[in-house]
Design a protein around this ligand. Structure first.
Ligand SMILES: [Zn+2]
Ligand SMILES: [Zn+2]
Length: 106
């Protein structure tokens, strides 16, 4: 399946949820905590592979900004100066916790 692009992205510090509207019309509400726990950067990947606890962000940690990487990924900059994660669209879509996407992955 072709990769589905993220059309619109919203952030909400209050609810700590990232909103993504996809090119196919699907909408994802992905908690910030999920983005951090499953951050695809080398540092976080190593931490997970070695079974070490993930560096959890504080409740007050902000999502400072997000930007597009080419036409295939999003990158997030966190208030605790973690900004290495490159979330390819298909990876990000895979994090969608909605009732439609979740059962399809089981
Ligand atoms: Zn990371
Ligand atoms: Zn979904």
């Amino acid at each position: 399946m072709a990769m589905i692009a993220a059309r619109a992205v919203t952030t909400d510090q209050e609810t700590q949820i990232l909103g993504v509207t996809w090119a196919d019309g699907h909408e994802s509400a992905i908690p910030y905590a999920t983005l951090r726990d499953l951050c695809p950067c080398a540092r976080c990947r190593n931490t997970r592979e070695e079974g070490r606890p993930m560096l959890h962000m504080a409740l007050t940690t902000r999502l400072l900004e997000w930007k597009r990487i080419g036409n295939y990924a999003l990158n997030f900059s966190w208030g605790d100066s973690h900004d290495e994660g490159i979330f390819a669209y298909d990876y990000l879509r895979g994090l969608c916790p909605c009732g439609e996407c979740e059962p399809a992955r089981r």
